[in-house]
Design a protein around this ligand. Structure first.
Ligand SMILES: Nc1ncnc2c1ncn2[C@@H]1O[C@H](COP(=O)(O)OP(=O)(O)OP(=O)(O)O)[C@@H](O)[C@H]1O
Length: 592
C-alpha cells in the first residue's frame, strides 16, 4: 500500500473533483435506500386496503376504496421511479467526477513516466527490455487507474451503502437484521476466496498471452529468415503449443467463473429465506409488519453489491499496489547523465585527454588511456578491428556515457559542464545501425529540425547522394517507409540517415561506419559532397574501409581500446604498421 502513496499528489491536485464525487456517491446511495421504505409503505398499504376492501364488501363504497387504492399504488410506483431517476442522476455525476478524475490522473501519470524515460541514459535502456518499458506505461498505468477510479469509487460506495442499509435494517428490527446479515460475511469470504483464484488464473492468462504475442511479433519481424530457412512448420508447431497452453488456462478460468454467480445467488437466496422465516415469526408476534419483510428483502439484495465489490476492490488495490511499485522503481531511477549549465558556442575544438572507459553493465573496458585532439574544420578518422572501441568513442563524444578516467574537453570546457540539450543539438550523428521511423522520407530526413523545409530536406538528400533514388519512387519524398511502407535498401537507408544528419546543419558531424553498405563509387561521391559542406565543421569518420578515410586530416588506429597508431594516410602507410597491413589486405580483397 505504501507504494500507492505516490499517487496522493494527484488526489490533492484533483481534490475539487473528488470531493463532489464523494458527495454524489453518498447521495446516490441515499436515493438507492429510500425505495425500500417506499416499498414497505406500499406493501403495508396493500394489506390495509385489502382489509378495508373486504370490510366494504357489498357496499357501493367498495368501488371507491378500490379506486383510491389504485391511485395510491400508482403514486408509490411513480415515487419509486422518481427516486430511481434521481439516483441515476447522482450515479451519472459520481462517474463523471471520480472516473473522469482517474482518467485525468492516468494521463498525467503516463506523461510523467514517458518524460522520465526520455531523461534516462543509455545504460538504463540496455538494462530493461522494451516490452517491460512499454508495459509500465500501458498495463501498469491501467491497473493503477483501476485503483484511482473504480476501486476508490466502489469502496466509498460499499461503505456508504452498507452503513445506510445496515442502519436502516437495525432501525426496523435488530433480531431480523442480525439473522438476515449472517450469510453476508460468509458471502464476502467466499467471494474473496474465489476472486483470488480468478485473479491467479487471469494473471496466468495474461502471461501466456504476452508469451504468445511476443512470439508472433518476433516471427513477423523475422519472417524473411523463417522463410529462407523453411522453418514455417516448426514455428507453426510452437504457436500451436503456446495456443494450447493459453486455451488451457482460459478454460480453467471459465470453470471458476461458472460457479461464481450461482454461488452468490445461493447465498443471497439463503439470506432471503432467513429473512422471510424470521420476519414471518416477528410479524406473527406483531413486532413488525409484513411490509417490513418486503423492505428487508430489498435491503438484503442491496447488500449483495457491497459484498461482491469488497472482494473485487481488494484485488484491484493489490494489483494497483504491485503496478505502482514497478512504476515507482522507474520514476525513482535518477538519470546518471546530468546536464551542465554552460551554453555552447562551438568553435571547433574537441580534446580527449587520457580517457578510459568501462561499460558499467558489462565491465568491459572499451577505451584505455586515449588522447587525441580535433581542430576546427578538420577531419578525424578512426579505424580499427571490430570491437576495438570505435563506436564507444562516438558514444562518449555524444555523452551517452560519462568517462571514468580522463576528460573530454569541448572548446576547453569539460563536457559535463555543458548544457546537454544544446550540445547534442550541434552534433549530426549517423549511427552504425540505421534507424528510420515509420513515416515519410521527408519527415525522416527532417527529424532533427523543428520545422520541415523542403529545400533543406532536398539539399541534404542531394549531398547524401540519395536524391535520385528518392525521386525515382512514385511519391518522391512523401514515400512512406518502414512497417506500412516500402523497404529501402541497406545503402539507401544509410544515405537517408546521412541526409538526416546533414539537415540539422551540425557543427560536429559524426559518422559511425555509415558507408559500409554503399558501393565505392557512391562513397566517393558522398565524400566529395561532404568535403564541400565540412569546411567549417568538425568531422569524425569511424570506418572499416580505408577508402572512406584516406583523405582525413588525422587518422587514429585503434586496437582493443588502445590507440596504436596515428597520423595521415601516407605517413601511416610509410610506417608499415597495422594500418599498412590493413591497407594491403583491403587492396587484395578489392582485387579478388
Ligand atoms: N552498450 C554496451 N555495453 C557493454 N559493452 C559494450 C557496449 N557496447 C559495446 N560494448 C563492448 O565494448 C567493446 C567495444 O565496442 P565498440 O562498439 O566500441 O567497438 P567497435 O570498434 O565500434 O566495433 P565495430 O567495428 O564492430 O562496430 C566491445 O568489446 C563490445 O562488446
Amino acid at each position: 500500500m505504501k507504494h500507492l502513496a505516490y499517487l496522493n499528489k494527484f488526489f490533492r491536485k484533483y481534490q475539487w473533483r473528488i470531493i463532489p464525487g464523494i458527495l454524489f456517491v453518498i447521495l446516490s446511495n441515499y436515493f438507492g435506500v429510500i425505495p425500500a421504505q417506499v416499498i414497505r409503505m406500499a406493501f403495508d398499504l396493500v394489506k390495509e386496503n385489502i382489509a378495508l376492501y373486504r370490510l366494504f364488501n357489498g357496499f357501493d363504497r367498495q368501488a371507491l376504496v378500490y379506486e383510491l387504492f389504485g391511485y395510491s399504488l400508482l403514486f408509490f410506483g411513480a415515487l419509486v421511479l422518481l427516486l430511481a431517476l434521481i439516483r441515476g442522476l447522482f450515479l451519472f455525476l459520481m462517474r463523471q467526477t471520480i472516473i473522469l478524475t482517474s482518467r485525468h490522473i492516468e494521463y498525467d501519470l503516463k506523461n510523467e513516466i514517458y518524460a522520465h524515460y526520455q531523461q534516462l541514459n543509455m545504460a538504463f535502456f540496455r538494462r530493461n527490455n522494451t516490452g517491460d518499458l512499454m508495459n509500465r506505461v500501458t498495463e501498469d498505468v491501467s491497473r493503477v487507474r483501476a485503483y484511482l477510479g473504480p476501486a476508490i469509487m466502489y469502496s466509498i460506495n460499499t461503505l456508504v451503502l452498507s452503513l445506510m442499509v445496515i442502519g436502516a435494517m437495525f432501525q426496523v428490527n435488530a433480531k431480523l437484521a442480525i439473522c438476515a446479515l449472517i450469510p453476508i460475511p460468509i458471502l464476502s469470504i467466499v467471494i474473496l476466496f474465489i476472486n483470488k483464484i480468478i485473479n491467479q488464473r487471469s494473471e496466468s492468462i495474461q502471461q501466456q498471452l504476452s508469451i504468445l504475442s511476443s512470439f508472433v511479433q518476433e516471427t513477423f519481424s523475422g519472417i524473411r529468415v523463417i522463410k529462407a530457412y523453411s522453418r514455417e512448420t516448426v514455428k507453426k508447431q510452437v504457436f500451436v503449443d503456446e495456443s494450447v497452453a493459453y486455451k488451457k488456462v482460459s478454460l480453467s478460468l471459465v470453470k471458476v467463473q461458472a460457479i461464481f454467480f450461482p454461488l452468490i445467488l445461493l447465498l443471497i437466496g439463503l439470506s432471503t429465506i432467513i429473512t422471510v422465516y424470521v420476519g414471518g415469526t416477528e410479524v406473527i408476534q406483531g413486532s413488525i409488519t409484513s411490509g417490513n419483510i418486503a423492505e428487508f428483502i430489498v435491503y438484503v439484495n442491496q447488500l449483495t453489491f457491497p459484498a461482491m465489490s469488497l472482494a473485487w476492490v481488494t484485488s484491484l488495490v493489490q494489483r494497483a499496489a504491485a503496478s505502482q511499485k514497478r512504476i515507482n522503481e522507474f520514476l525513482k531511477t535518477e538519470p546518471e547523465i546530468k546536464s551542465g549549465t554552460k551554453k555552447i558556442d562551438f568553435s571547433g575544438n574537441i580534446h580527449f585527454k587520457n580517457v578510459s572507459f568501462t561499460y558499467p553493465d558489462t565491465g568491459i573496458t572499451a577505451i584505455k588511456n586515449l588522447s587525441f585532439e580535433i581542430h576546427p574544420g578538420k577531419t578525424l578518422a578512426i579505424i580499427g578491428k571490430t570491437g576495438s572501441g570505435k563506436s564507444t568513442i562516438a558514444r562518449l563524444l555524444m555523452r551517452m556515457y560519462d568517462v571514468q578516467e580522463g576528460q573530454i574537453l569541448i572548446d576547453n570546457t569539460p563536457i559535463q559542464q555543458l548544457d546537454l540539450h544544446g550540445y547534442r543539438s550541434i552534433i549530426g550523428f549517423v549511427p552504425q545501425e540505421v534507424f528510420l521511423f515509420s513515416d515519410t522520407i521527408a519527415k525522416n530526413i527532417a527529424f532533427g529540425v523543428d520545422e520541415l523545409h523542403m529545400e533543406t530536406v532536398e539539399d541534404a538528400a542531394k549531398k547524401a547522394v540519395v536524391y535520385q533514388n528518392i525521386m525515382a519512387f512514385e511519391n518522391g519524398f512523401e514515400t512512406f517507409i518502414g512497417e506500412r511502407g516500402i523497404t529501402l535498401s541497406g545503402g539507401q537507408k544509410q544515405r537517408v540517415s546521412i541526409a538526416r544528419a546533414l539537415a540539422v546543419h551540425p557543427k560536429i558531424l559524426l559518422f559511425d561506419d555509415c558507408l559500409s553498405a554503399v558501393d565505392t563509387k557512391t562513397e566517393e561521391e558522398i565524400l566529395q559532397n561532404l568535403s564541400q559542406v565540412i569546411q567549417d565543421h568538425c568531422v569524425i569518420f569511424i570506418a572499416h574501409r580505408i577508402s572512406t578515410i584516406k583523405n582525413a586530416d588525422h587518422i587514429l588506429v585503434m586496437d582493443q581500446g588502445q590507440l596504436i597508431e596515428e597520423g595521415k594516410h601516407d605517413a601511416l602507410l610509410a610506417a608499415k604498421g597495422s594500418y599498412f597491413e590493413l591497407y594491403e589486405k583491403q587492396l587484395l580483397e578489392e582485387e579478388d
